[in-house]
Design a protein around this ligand. Structure first.
Ligand SMILES: C[S@@+](CC[C@H](N)C(=O)[O-])C[C@H]1O[C@@H](n2cnc3c(N)ncnc32)[C@H](O)[C@@H]1O
Length: 220
């Protein structure tokens, strides 16, 4: 929406590191980051929705408003989000606290969509955000992250520590500034079966909560 440019720019002026961009994301980037999401993805966690550029697109893709949880730390964007997305759960919260809150019972989230400016954050904070978000992600779910940088904004040691892998989805060169989207997913866990190594299947379900607890305590 045209008015969003002004409110976004003013927010950036007052808190450039938190807002991390001078303008809201454009249609091409919103299209790209939501490309693999549909009505069947289930609960979606959106981090740093700002004025809702990605949120609108998620709804257009058939995501039900009641499946949306929006985590925004900028008080300037809160009222706007509550007005625009009355059916969604809109929380004024630092995404770094995801692991210490209890946003869901269990881990039902099918996808996390993040416009957070991770490159402006400390490694410790990135670990708590991504580790915290994955504690809600169900097996097979994914975390989609925007970046204006040339490579994945989550450093390799952080991916290793959290047991994740990252893959470039694509670049949105028409966005201002040009951006890319990375998909983070859990690495398949392996187990020893009669002397050989095989992908873990049923044992994974039992081990995952322990793994998440270890990841989280390692991140602190
Ligand atoms: C680059 S803007 C992206 C906004 C929107 N997703 C878009 O693409 O137009 C980053 C957003 O993340 C929010 N943000 C920054 N740090 C945050 C944090 N720790 N927790 C929650 N939101 C945060 C900012 O307030 C801002 O709305």
């Amino acid at each position: 929406m045209p008015n969003d440019f002004l409110s976004f720019f003013l927010s950036w002026m007052s808190s450039p590191r938190r807002v991390g961009a001078v303008a809201p994301s454009g249609a091409a980037l919103a299209d790209l980051i939501t490309r693999e999401i549909s009505a069947t993805t289930g609960p979606i966690l959106e981090l740093g929705p700002g004025t809702g550029a990605f949120t609108y697109k998620l709804l257009k893709r058939g995501v039900r408003p009641q499946d949306l949880t929006l985590i925004e730390y900028g008080s300037d964007f809160m009222k706007l989000l509550q007005m625009r997305f009355p059916g969604a759960r809109v929380l004024w919260m630092d995404a770094g606290r995801l692991a210490t809150e209890r946003l869901y019972d269990g881990a039902p989230v099918g996808a996390v969509v993040s416009g957070l400016p991770l490159l402006n954050m400390s490694t410790r904070k990135v670990v708590s955000i991504i580790g915290g978000a994955f504690s809600y992600v169900r097996p097979g779910g994914a975390f989609y992250q925007v970046t204006y940088g040339m490579s994945c904004p989550v450093p390799r040691p952080v991916l290793d520590r959290l047991g994740l892998r990252a893959k470039l989805v694509d670049r949105a060169l028409l966005n201002v500034p040009p951006a890319a989207v990375y998909r983070l997913t859990r690495r398949p866990q392996m187990k020893i079966v009669a002397g050989s190594v095989a992908p873990e299947s049923s044992a994974r379900a039992a081990l995952e909560p322990m793994q998440r607890a270890r990841d989280y305590s390692a991140a602190r």
